[in-house]
Design a protein around this ligand. Structure first.
Ligand SMILES: Cc1cc2nc3c(=O)[nH]c(=O)nc-3n(C[C@H](O)[C@H](O)[C@H](O)COP(=O)(O)OP(=O)(O)OC[C@H]3O[C@@H](n4cnc5c(N)ncnc54)[C@H](O)[C@@H]3O)c2cc1C
Length: 483
């Protein structure tokens, strides 16, 4: 994967840039020691790393605006960063870039249960948003498995999802408003604590824009009343295809559980070793959660059981207590960490129509054999959001490249099946060079013109999302130097 060379003119001005940043943020707001910079050299796509020029840790929207104004004037690229849990290299710096980290901006600004919203600074972690409203009987629905660490800022930038997004939608469906600082330091407010906003849906454009358009400093989020109860059920199957067909039938029947999650055998074992959740011994496992009053839960589970029976399940276990439910989810939500026991891996993220699940799982198995690399599967099955994990040995020369080639083949398959390159992890650098599989040159040009409007000099989060050759040609046509 190619990254642009650092601009030597910026590196030469490093001391001056650092002095200006310290002037704006104070000495403890800027990191420039080699050891300190290493912390920010990559995100969770750790196969690629590059220490940045400097790291800034502002404490307010004003300080974010000051950093951006200064970098804009000095033509220094800026890489926004939440908690660095992104899996697509979205927060990967370049050597001439300033990382703008939001981790110090984590305050709750307002909770309004009458109007069902919470306003937070964007560095606040996802889980702590739900915790902040739980005493009022509310919760924030999108729940990435990384929710203990990841920041709302990153969730907005990636339009993140999670296990319980089948029923409640992903970040964009739960985001009401945002305060955003543009690259030139201008502060704008999009949306607000009310249904819809006048004018163009710029909040919709921002959500999922991967740090390309502006830096989010505050968010207004929809909160929901906690359901009366919830119960996960574990269902085991003999084959991946049977589990996939069962998911398609549940959705086809018009049922809407809160979550339908899938794990195959390698993943089940890794998660069981980690969480001891007493997962059944089977080839494929579904975790299906339904919620509501007890009678409603019983009714929904009875319908699901009827459908599952047509696919010969080898195991069925309903959770009997909150502690058991928590353990079941701990195992699933620890999957990406637990899979580290199996080796190095690339975690893919593509979508497909749910009805294509059995066919696609078979094709992935065939591709895995063709490339001679194991693939484990854990994913949000109800949404058709796949996460094949390609396992490889980073110490074997050429293995990463082979794993990436297999990843490209699997994501191309997702597009061919009518899905797309990313469901929730974003494009970042990981899928940047695959964008042409999904989009025509005209599509890409249209998207780049949106970036031109928000960030005409292309200084925000360089070398992400758009293929380098396409963005260079676009910038050249506009009479600008390539970013
Ligand atoms: C173990 C594990 C499990 C995961 N599970 C899920 C899951 O279930 N669902 C899911 O969707 N994702 C998941 N992820 C991926 C990741 O956690 C999400 O993409 C998350 O939203 C990233 O948040 P972050 O704060 O860590 O962002 P970062 O990694 O710091 O940044 C992500 C992107 O957001 C941009 N960005 C950050 N802050 C701002 C800002 N203030 N303004 C503008 N742009 C900004 C960055 O430039 C970058 O492009 C998982 C990751 C891990 C490691």
């Amino acid at each position: 994967m190619q990254m642009p060379h650092a601009n030597p003119a910026i590196l030469e001005r490093r001391d001056d840039i650092l002095a200006q940043l310290r002037g704006a943020l104070g000495p403890d707001g800027v990191i420039d020691s080699p050891a300190g910079l290493r912390t920010y050299e990559c995100d969770a796509l750790s196969a690629y790393a590059c220490p940045p020029l400097a790291v800034t840790l502002p404490r307010s929207t004003d300080e974010v605006a000051a950093v951006l104004r200064l970098c804009h004037a000095a033509r220094v690229p800026v890489v926004p960063r939440g908690a660095g849990t992104g899996l697509a290299g979205g927060a990967l710096p370049t050597a001439d870039a300033v990382v703008l980290g939001l981790s110090r901006m984590d305050r709750v600004l307002e909770i309004d249960t009458a109007n069902r919203f919470i306003r937070v600074e964007a560095g606040r972690t996802n889980l702590s948003v739900s915790e902040a409203v739980s005493e009022h009987g509310f919760f924030y629905a999108p729940d990435p498995s990384s929710q203990l660490a990841c920041a709302i800022a990153g969730n907005i930038a990636m339009n993140s999802g999670g296990a319980h997004c089948l029923k409640y939608g992903v970040t964009t469906n739960n985001l009401l408003g945002a305060k955003v600082v543009l690259m030139d330091g201008t502060v704008i407010d999009l949306g607000g604590p009310h249904l819809d906003a006048p004018g163009l849906d710029l909040l919709g454009v921002l959500c999922g824009s991967e740090g390309q358009l502006g830096v989010v400093t505050e968010a207004c989020l929809r909160i929901l009343p906690r359901p009366e109860g919830a119960r996960p059920v574990l269902m085991g199957f003999d084959t991946n295809a049977a589990a996939g067909a069962c998911v398609a039938d549940i959705i086809r029947a018009g049922l809407l559980p809160v979550a339908i999650e899938f794990m195959d055998r390698p993943c089940i074992r890794a998660c069981e070793d980690f969480a001891h959740a007493d997962y059944p011994d089977c080839e494929a496992l579904l975790i299906i959660e339904v919620e509501g009053a007890p009678v409603e839960i019983d009714h929904q589970l009875a319908l699901i059981r009827e459908i599952a029976a047509q696919h010969n399940p080898v195991a069925w276990r309903e959770s009997r207590s909150e502690a058991e439910s928590a353990l079941i989810w701990l195992g699933r939500k620890s999957a990406f960490g637990a899979m580290g026991q199996l080796g190095d891996y690339i975690c893919l993220d593509g979508t497909i129509p749910v009805s294509a699940l059995p066919q696609v799982l078979d094709r992935i198995a065939a591709l895995s054999a063709e490339f001679d690399l194991p693939v484990a599967n854990v994913f949000h099955a109800g949404d058709g959001n796949l996460h094949p994990l390609i396992i490889y040995d980073a110490n074997t020369p050429g293995a990463l490249e082979r794993a990436e080639a297999l990843g490209a083949a699997i994501l191309t398959l997702c597009v061919e099946m009518g899905g797309c390159l990313t469901g929730e992890h974003g494009v970042g650098v990981e899928k940047r060079d695959l964008m042409a599989v999904q989009f025509t040159p005209d599509d890409l040009r249209a998207q780049m013109r949106v970036k031109d409007v928000f960030d005409p000099e292309w200084l925000l989060n360089p070398a992400k999302v758009f293929p380098l050759d396409a963005s260079a040609a676009h910038r050249q046509a506009a009479g600008a130097a390539a970013p």
